[in-house]
Design a protein around this ligand. Structure first.
Ligand SMILES: Cc1ncc(COP(=O)(O)O)c(C=O)c1O
Length: 378
């Protein structure tokens, strides 16, 4: 039963929120399965890795469970230390939060006053726009060029009121990335009052010698940058919510002031720590992803669809005409993909690279749907 509507005019709710459309998470697999009476539902919608936590992480989670009556280590001291050592930076340069998404929210909270501007490419990760809006700040969206971040375009959009620039490398949803030379040119030109958030959530998937390790090549070179990484993707820990940022100590200190005291649970901290010791598993998953992505590309082309590229992460962006309609038709065949309206691309789907079996299932689902917009067929 829903609560009766309470007295009050709700003027306590900030007017800034009136026009804000919240990020809508997809329905859980079990719910879709039940609602549509399907035997099998495959979720290729949220860019998680298709495999579970690493074996060592599973063990660490089991080991941590008897102590879950205790609050976690609020400062994530051991994980923060391990990340500082791994990246060769100071403890004071590392912030650990409930996912890279939480770092995005907290860095906004730590820097933005109403009216401040935030520049980002578009379509891109919705939090770069939603989090500033929540604070009354002004997101400035610069269109992608050829489905890639246009760093020169971002620089032209910077004004004296710009506090943050978000660069997703690779970009979600298009899967493309900016390279070392483009980022170097950007950092040479960006004015000093701008803090750049360089989001490398999919870092471990990328195999391209022109793709930089932004911690090594920009943060350690003294650029004004906060680099984001996460345990949600290749590490298979999306459900536990652990991500981190590496950047200037004063930025990390400011995030520490707005961050919630117990942001990351104990299981997440232990699982992340254990995952750091398994480089071979990362290499295995990286190469499995590369093969599966090639197979997904072949499947899409077989259905007359050409994904954006070069795609370097674990998902593909593909224009299909009325993406919402195609996504709905696919759900009825048991495949959940993401229509990109909320990301600023209503004509496109984003499809996460799954296991070979899941990709074969998608192939059959696309055949069953059959009536993809003729305009996008090649
Ligand atoms: C570009 C980008 N940044 C950040 C995130 C958030 O990751 P996390 O699960 O660590 O919050 C995502 C997740 O999809 C992403 O695509």
């Amino acid at each position: 039963m829903s609560l009766p509507s309470a007295d009050g005019d709700r003027s306590s709710i900030r007017p800034t929120l009136a026009g804000l459309v919240p990020y809508e998470p997809g329905k859980p697999v079990e719910e879709v399965q039940r609602e549509l009476g399907l035997d099998r539902v495959v979720k290729l919608a949220s860019n998680e890795g298709p495999y579970g936590p690493f074996p060592a992480a599973r063990e660490a989670i089991a080991h941590a469970s008897p102590e879950l009556n205790r609050y976690p280590d609020g400062g994530a001291w051991r994980l923060r230390n391990a990340l500082a050592t791994r990246h060769g930076v100071g403890f004071e340069n590392v912030t650990v939060c409930a996912g890279a998404d939480a770092v995005i929210g907290f860095v906004c909270m730590a820097t933005l006053d109403p009216g401040d501007e935030v520049v980002t490419g578009w379509p891109s990760f919705p939090s770069y726009v939603l989090d500033p809006l929540k604070l009354g700040a002004v997101p400035v969206r610069v269109s992608l060029r050829d489905d890639r971040f246009d760093l020169e375009g971002l620089l032209s959009a910077v004004t004296p009121r710009t506090k943050l620039v978000f660069v997703a490398a690779p970009n979600n949803p298009t899967g493309t990335t900016t390279n070392r030379a483009e980022l170097e040119a950007y950092f040479d030109d960006v004015p000093p009052h701008v803090l750049t958030i360089l989001d490398q959530a999919y870092f471990e998937y990328v195999q391209d010698e022109d793709y930089p390790d932004a911690i090594e090549e920009f943060a350690k070179e003294g650029r004004n940058v906060l680099v984001l990484r996460t345990f949600s993707k290749i590490f298979g820990l999306a459900g536990l919510r652990v991500g981190y940022g590496i950047g200037p100590a004063d930025v990390v200190t400011a995030i520490g002031k707005v961050r919630r005291a117990f942001d990351v649970g104990s299981s997440g901290q232990e699982a992340a720590l254990a995952s750091l010791g398994e480089p071979d598993e990362i290499a295995r998953r990286r190469s499995a992803n590369r093969e599966a992505m090639a197979s997904l590309q072949r499947v899409l082309r077989g259905h007359g669809l050409e994904p954006a590229g070069p795609a370097v992460a674990n998902f593909l962006f593909v224009r299909v005409g009325d993406a919402q309609a195609v996504a709905e038709a696919l759900v009825h065949q048991g495949v959940i993909v993401r229509a990109m309206g909320p990301f600023g691309a209503p004509d496109a789907l984003r499809i996460t690279v799954g296991t070979p079996d899941e990709i074969a299932f998608l192939d059959r689902a696309l055949s069953a749907v059959g009536n993809l917009d003729a305009a996008v067929r090649h």
